[in-house]
Design a protein around this ligand. Structure first.
Ligand code: KG4
Ligand code: ZN
Length: 331
């Protein structure tokens, strides 16, 4: 079964062809980072206009790379939300047009669910497991009992983890997007240079908050200043505080629920230091930490195709009337 996956939820136009849920024939991601860099963040209007320009050409490229004619596509998976609504609608309308013209089913996919399940592109994972999705738009912890069987344990009450990285990088004018810039700077710094607060770390719930951490870092810089010499130390200290909270609360949830497996997905999960801290702490607690390859952590069409494949093989396809959503609950 050959499934096309389309994601245009934010600023990447991504399409992929997945055979039988495991063999990736092609995976095309066109990043708009260069367009948005000058603004220090994604400009929704520009993002959706660019998706409109790019999507058909990238679709042809995806077919060419996969070496298959479009008539071989059996189903079309597409992000229906959550995301920037203008961007979501471009991919969704394109997918509906394809479904109509090819006479093939449409499978609407939740973008957060796809981040949580992207690991299945590369390996099987025993259920149940705890999933943490950390991206630019979301920070959410789930208890997953199977495809379509999700319980939200907690989420951020303000900024998403990646959003905090991006906002700090913007404030300091050190580059865009902030996550990778801060990871690279932190690699040269000392994580214990400043002890930033660990917001909500000791609370009994599984929610997060990153806005206060961001503010305390900005206040620190206002008070003590930042030099070329201590920038990497301050970044490393911020990164350490953010990751400490993510890892402590997620490992605690796994222990509380007696589940020895944690899957981490979303753009921030491509961070080498986060992967290291999770792996070390899980090992200490007798648990396993699992990650997708970095290319499947950031936005991609392959993860959408994987979830769509699952639902299609279970006979759950979507109506062509399905709507796009900027916010969308996970089932
Ligand atoms: O999953 P994603 O590609 O898009 C959303 O669904 O949001 O995640 C993008 C986010 C951005 O906030 C970006 O700064 C962050 O992931 N990110 C990272 C790294 N690479 C991307 N954050 C920390 N370290 C990284 N290496
Ligand atoms: Zn994403």
């Amino acid at each position: 079964m050959l499934v096309l996956g389309i994601d245009t939820s934010c600023d990447d136009t991504s399409l992929a062809l997945l055979q039988d849920g495991k063999t990736l024939l092609s995976n095309v991601v066109s990043s708009q980072v260069d367009l948005h860099r000058v603004f220090g963040g994604v400009v929704p209007e520009i993002a959706s206009r660019k998706h409109v320009e790019l999507i058909d050409g990238l679709y042809r490229e995806t077919l060419k790379e996969g070496g298959i004619p479009e008539s071989s596509v059996d189903g079309i998976g597409v992000t229906a939300g959550p995301g920037l609504i203008g961007s979501v609608l471009v991919g969704l309308c394109f997918a509906k047009g394809l479904a109509l013209s090819l006479g093939k089913p449409l499978i609407a996919v939740n973008h957060i669910e796809a981040h949580a399940m992207s690991i299945f592109l590369e390996r099987e994972v025993e259920f149940p497991f705890i999933a943490l999705v950390v991206s630019g738009g979301h920070t959410i912890m789930l208890l997953i009992q199977g495809f379509g069987r999700y319980r939200v344990l907690g989420s951020t009450r303000d900024d998403a983890a990646g959003e905090a990285f991006d906002k700090i990088a913007k404030y300091l004018g050190i580059g865009y997007p902030g996550g990778k810039v801060i990871e690279d700077l932190s690699a040269k710094g000392q994580g214990d240079y400043v002890t930033f607060p660990r917001p909500m770390a000791d609370e009994k719930n599984y929610d997060f908050s990153f806005s206060g951490l961001k503010t305390s870092m900005i206040n620190y810089i206002k008070k003590y200043g930042v030099t070329e010499d201590n920038l990497s130390n301050i970044m490393a200290s911020f990164q350490e505080a953010a990751f400490d909270v993510l890892v402590s609360k997620t490992t605690r949830a796994a222990l509380d629920h007696g589940i020895p497996r944690i899957v981490v997905g979303g753009g921030v999960a491509s961070n080498g230091r986060l992967r290291q801290v999770f792996t070390e702490r899980c090992k200490k607690g007798g648990m396993e930490a699992l990650f997708s390859s970095p290319e499947f952590c950031t936005d991609n069409g392959a993860m959408i195709a994987r979830v769509a494949y699952q639902y299609y093989s279970e006979g759950a396809t979507s109506s062509l009337n399905v709507a796009g959503y900027s916010r969308m609950k996970i089932r």
